[in-house]
Design a protein around this ligand. Structure first.
Ligand code: FE2
Length: 287
């Protein structure tokens, strides 16, 4: 078992959807170690580590989160969960044979929309990614991309006709990323889409997607089906990407203008000293 650096060990990770934890508990993996999610008599959910030790556990956003170490702060806040008229749809776990960091990086990338999510999140006739801004917010330990815009023929389950979607991306932790996106039914508000990644092994992940939408029309089944369609398209791309681990060296893959958020994301991972799921571990750094 490889040693875990604090940047990986002391952070929060989604382990399961609340509703997927059976009374008998759930055995899973986190950062290459066995963990158990248990349900007490009174329904309380607690996670246990490889030696049976009780882990820091937080129940939030429809999911169970835990840490193998001592998180320096509470789980990241998503204030939109306080708004009563929003609907939460959770998609459940999808296994992907790739580093969790690859999943987050793919989530941040708009350039693939027209080619991977053709006629949903983009059209081949409009492949350009307009300039946007990215900031590494060291004060709150997040990476945030703003003023992202993209023409989308069908931006959400409840979208009718195309729209110029505006996005804000928020990397809340290295393995948890959020997207705030123009709401097709109310332009004054934003839908929230989250991707919570459970790194099972360095090159194997479980992805929990959720949407928190202002949408009085679509059925939850339709909302989930729409997100699953998108994510299964991504999975094909992700599983074919090589290397499976994320290179952090700036020279490893040549960034283009559209990759600004990817560059900032990798830089931040390097600053934090994160190695799990990267090519940076001793002796295997990319040439
Ligand atoms: Fe995608």
């Amino acid at each position: 078992m490889i040693d875990l650096e604090p940047a990986a060990r002391d952070d929060w990770y989604a382990l399961a959807r609340i509703e997927d934890v059976p009374r008998s508990g759930l055995d899973t993996r986190l950062l290459g170690r066995p963990v158990r999610v248990a349900r007490a008599q009174d329904g309380t959910i607690v996670a246990f580590g490889p030696d049976g030790e009780r882990l820091a556990t937080t129940i939030a956003y429809g999911h169970v989160f835990a840490s193998l170490g001592a998180p320096g702060k509470p789980l990241f806040a998503i204030p939109e969960f306080e708004e009563a008229d929003r609907r939460l749809a959770t998609c459940g776990a999808v296994r992907v044979r790739a580093s969790g960091l690859r999943l987050v990086e793919n989530f941040l990338d708009m350039a693939h929309f027209p080619f991977v999510h053709t006629d949903l999140l983009g059209i081949e006739e409009r492949p350009e990614v307009p300039d946007y801004e990215v900031e590494i917010r060291r004060d709150i330990d997040e990476v945030i991309a703003t003023r992202c815009r993209f023409w989308q023929p069908r931006a959400a389950a409840h979208a009718e006709g195309g729209q110029m979607s505006e996005y804000v991306y928020r990397v809340a932790t290295p393995f948890n990323v959020l997207l705030y996106k123009t709401c097709p039914s109310d332009p004054a508000r934003v839908d929230v889409i989250g991707l919570l990644v459970q790194p099972l092994e360095e090159d194997l992940s479980a992805a929990f997607a959720f949407v928190l939408v202002v949408d009085a029309v679509s059925s939850t089944t339709n909302i989930i089906r729409f997100q699953q369609t998108i994510f299964l398209q991504d999975r094909i791309i992700l599983e074919n990407q090589r290397p499976r681990l994320l290179p952090l060296s700036p020279r490893a893959e040549i960034p283009t203008r559209a990759d600004l958020s990817s560059v900032a994301y990798r830089r931040r991972l390097k600053e934090k000293g994160l190695r799990f799921g990267t090519l940076e571990r001793d002796g295997r750094a990319a040439p």
